[in-house]
Write a protein of this length. Sequence first.
Length: 209
Amino acid sequence: MFWTVDELRFRTAGPDDADAIAALHADNWRRHYRGAFSDGFLDGDVTGFLGARWTERLAVRDPGARTILALRDGALAGFARTELGASAEWGALLDNLHVAYEMKRQGVGTRLLALTARAVLDAAPGSGLYLWVLEQNTAARAFYAALGGETATRRALSAPGDDASRLNGSPMALGIIWPDPSRLLAGDSTAAAGDSTAAGAVADRELSD
């Protein structure tokens, strides 16, 4: 299914999107996780590692997850994956939110978050939303804070694939929560309208991702 906002087109991810998602995901890791993940891992086959993960995730439809893509001129501009009901305390887990480097500061992340919130509220009206963000990623932390995200906890970052050699030292992650995800709908008419097409298109998961 498709829907359009300005020059962006949004749709649900499918099995054929695994490679494009993994490539964008790997690029963001290399740009923003340097210092937290080992150089050997980031400069090695991180794309292959993520490619295998996304191929497995998208091979079969998961009713408890939503993965939405943002496209511009046919190219992947960003994606969000949310796991519904991941936490009894905090609700749905926004496990992955990544925007292509050249598309930063153009509203892609804000729209993906709004569509995520719409999907969560449609699936479970009383649910909250949360995510994990790398403590050193100050730009992402400021972005979430500007959208009303509250820092709830701090923990050690999980190693990708549970392989401690892929970490550099002992990086930390912060838990960011939205007890009421509806505050993320402000300013996004597509998500705020409760469009069932948009709502059906969001979901998945991360941090050790």
